[in-house]
Structure formats: C-alpha cells, structure tokens
Design a protein around this ligand. Structure first.
Ligand SMILES: NC(=O)c1ccc[n+]([C@@H]2O[C@H](COP(=O)([O-])OP(=O)(O)OC[C@H]3O[C@@H](n4cnc5c(N)ncnc54)[C@H](O)[C@@H]3O)[C@@H](O)[C@H]2O)c1
Length: 376
C-alpha cells in the first residue's frame, strides 16, 4: 500500500502481544495494511467498547487469547507460528490501577517480559524484538529537561517502576543472550522503546485523559479533571507506532547496530499541561462542552515528564509528523465518526493512509540523508 519501510513487512510473520489493546489494535491494522501476516497474543480487549472489537480484528488477523504470565502457552504459540518480528505491548498499562493491583502489575509487566524474551530465545525464527515500555520508566526528577535513553530507571508508583524493571530485564537479555557482539551466533536484534502519552481514536482506557473527556462529552456531562497542571509529552498514537515500525525495519535489515533503548516523544511545543488539552478538546467538540476540577484526594502522579529524542531523529531519521493540534483534531474526528455509526475500520485505515502520505511528503521536502532514504 505505501512503499514505506522498504516493504519489509510484506509477507512477514509478525507477532504482537497486547493486540486487543489501544496501541496494539492500531499497530495490527497498520501491519495488516502493510501486508504482514499478523499474529496477536493477549487477554480479551481490556475495555468495552474497544478498537479491536469495533474494527472486527479477530477476522483480519490470527488472534489468540492468552495470558503473558502463562509461559507454557506463550511458548506453544511461538513454536506453532514461528514469528520473525515481535512487538511486545501486553501490559497492565494504567498508573492508577497499579496502586490497586501492584502484584498483577508487576507479574504482568516484569514476568510477562521475561516470559516473552524466553519464548523468543527458544524460537529460531525470531530476528527482531521491540519491547514497548514507557516514558514513565525513568527516575522522575520533576525537572524541565527531557530524559535521555541513558538516564537512570526508576518509578514512584507500581506501574512506572514495573516499566523501569522491564527495561532492566530487557537490558539483561540483551547483554546475556542477544548481545550485539555475538550477533552471528544468535541473529536476534533487541530494542526497547519509550513513548509519551498517546492519544487517538478508539481508546476507552480507564483514568486516561482523552477517554475520560470523550465519555463525559458523549453523556453530556462536564469533564472532571484530576491534575490540570500536570505536564506530559502528548502525541498521536501513529507517531510512536511509526517509530517502532521504522526501528524494527532497521533492526531487521541492519542487525544489532540499532539494538538498545529508544525514545519516541513529541517536539517540545507539544509537551503541554492537561488543562491545555481539555480546553482544546472542549472548544473542538462545541455543544457548550466544559470541564471542572476534581477536588478529591488522588494517589501521586508525576507532575512533569518529557523525553529527549535526538537519538531517534539523528540515527533513524524519525521526526514527529502530526503536531498535537493535528493529533487532537484526528482524535475528535475519529470519535465523532464513531458517534455517527460510520465504518470505523475504514476511518482508521484512512487516518493511517493520511499519516503515511504526510510522512512521505515530509521526507521528500526535507534534505534527505542517506539514512532517511531507506524508508522511502
Ligand atoms: N497508552 C499510552 O499512553 C502509553 C504510553 C506509554 C506506554 N504505553 C505502553 O504501551 C503498551 C500498550 O498500551 P495500550 O495503551 O495499548 O494499553 P491497553 O491497556 O489498551 O492494552 C493492553 C494490552 O495488554 C493486554 N494484556 C494485559 N494484561 C495481559 C496479560 N496478563 N496477558 C496478556 N495480555 C495482557 C490487554 O489484553 C491489551 O491487549 C503498554 O505496554 C503500555 O504500558 C502506553
């Protein structure tokens, strides 16, 4: 469909864990459009409704219901399907829920990562592994500078620290089993990726800003906001997914030179307080939409978080394409289409195609370096 990514995904067996979730569903649709043979492994969709169910993804890809904590079933799936490229997204992905269920969070996010890497280690077909962690994996110092890939891991709450631990696990597997220095012996390239707060159509996650806004707007309620001054790196879901696909392409084509950790965050001007997002959303929605402050007591959440992305920009030629305003417009456009009972698979694919066109235009306009030429 697109000519992006050097067409490497066409005909490849790509396994996505967490394919029933928000990001996993978008990635499954994109990879399916790129001609990949997509195999998904996850629990049932975490929300009702869900992008997975609305787009009928169980009919488009091989969808397996399984628990990432169940290593035996997971290894059976790897043995049966012999995947070549892996995107690991299955996770307990919510900060607030992690305070209620720390054991589930640690088991899923840490042992789930160990199980996934073990399954990869015992499957000879595997060439590329991209482990999706989070911008929250860093030790948050509440400072204005963006975190770099080599900053220390940390995490105040169980979710954030579980993602920091998942990073440490990934690094141990990289040095112990998938070491770039002994690539000829194992032929596996392993990377971890840290993206910002992702927005986009089809998210109904609990205690997430955009889903909270949309649920309130659809019910004609006032939006209730917990931390209006919390500052986050916001980006449309297609932004980091483009980065993951580009990175996996390089890991596949160039081997271990691209192994290790990568940040994929928005440009500085899109690191904004929650208040700004809510005001923009209410303005776009119209219909006298408004918001109010939630004055209740809530568990700690980081106040300031930003990613430094020079590595992805200079080594992969990755650059944000849709700024936050465009990302929010696409998000609201998606939910309005959903309210009007449109064909949401079509709408989702149209948004992916529009993003791809924008990317191609951006790269042909800029002075294209040798490295960047590989994705055109
Ligand atoms: N959405 C964001 O803003 C954001 C930001 C940074 C990082 N991330 C990370 O990206 C990944 C995807 O996020 P998302 O927003 O799509 O999350 P999501 O909650 O929508 O989806 C999570 C997926 O993991 C699956 N899952 C959960 N527990 C499982 C288990 N025990 N076994 C198998 N599958 C299980 C769910 O079924 C679902 O498919 C996660 O690792 C998340 O931590 C998300």
């Amino acid at each position: 469909m697109s000519g992006l990514f050097d067409n490497i995904y066409s005909g490849k067996r790509v396994l996505i864990t967490g394919h029933t979730g928000f990001k996993g569903s978008w990635l499954s649709i994109w990879l399916h459009e790129l001609g990949a043979n997509v195999i998904g492994y996850a629990l049932e969709p975490p929300t009702i409704p869900s992008l997975f169910e609305i787009c009928g993804l169980d009919k488009r890809i091989t969808s397996i219901t399984g628990d990432i904590r169940d290593i035996r079933t997971l290894r059976g799936v790897f043995k049966k399907y012999q995947p070549e490229i892996i995107f690991h997204m299955a996770a307990q992905s919510l900060v607030r829920y992690s305070y209620k269920a720390p054991v589930e969070t640690y088991e899923t996010n840490i042992m789930g990562t160990v199980n996934l890497l073990e399954a990869c280690r015992h499957t000879p077909s595997v060439r590329v592994i991209v482990n999706i962690t989070s911008d929250k994996c860093y030790e948050n110092r509440e400072w204005v500078w963006g975190y770099r890939e080599n900053d220390p891991m940390g995490g105040y709450d169980p979710y954030s620290s579980s993602k920091g631990c998942a990073e440490l696990v990934t690094n141990a597997y990289l040095t112990s089993f998938f070491n770039p220095d002994s690539y000829k012996g194992h032929s596996v390239s392993l990377a971890s990726v840290r993206a910002g707060n992702v927005i986009g159509g089809g998210d109904w996650g609990e205690d997430r800003l955009i889903p909270d806004c949309i649920k309130a707007l659809l019910e004609n309620r006032q939006i209730i906001v917990r931390y209006p001054d919390a500052v986050r790196p916001w980006q449309h879901v297609l932004e980091p997914l483009f980065g993951y696909l580009l990175l996996a392409q390089h890991l596949y084509q160039d081997g271990p030179a691209f192994s290790g950790a990568w940040n994929f965050g928005p440009d500085d001007e899109d690191v904004k307080p929650v208040r700004w997002i809510v005001e923009y959303v209410t303005k776009m929605w119209g219909n006298n939409a408004s918001w109010k402050l939630d004055t209740g007591k809530h568990p700690h959440e980081a106040h300031y978080l930003k990613l430094e992305c020079s590595k992805a920009k200079s080594k992969l030629g990755w650059h944000p394409k849709w700024n936050l305003k465009v990302g929010l417009e696409k998000t609201i456009e998606w939910y309005k289409a959903y309210c009007n009972h449109q064909d949401m698979l079509n709408i989702t694919i149209n948004q992916i195609q529009s993003y791809e066109k924008g990317v191609s235009r951006m790269y042909s306009k800029r002075k294209v370096t040798q490295n960047e030429l590989q994705i055109l």
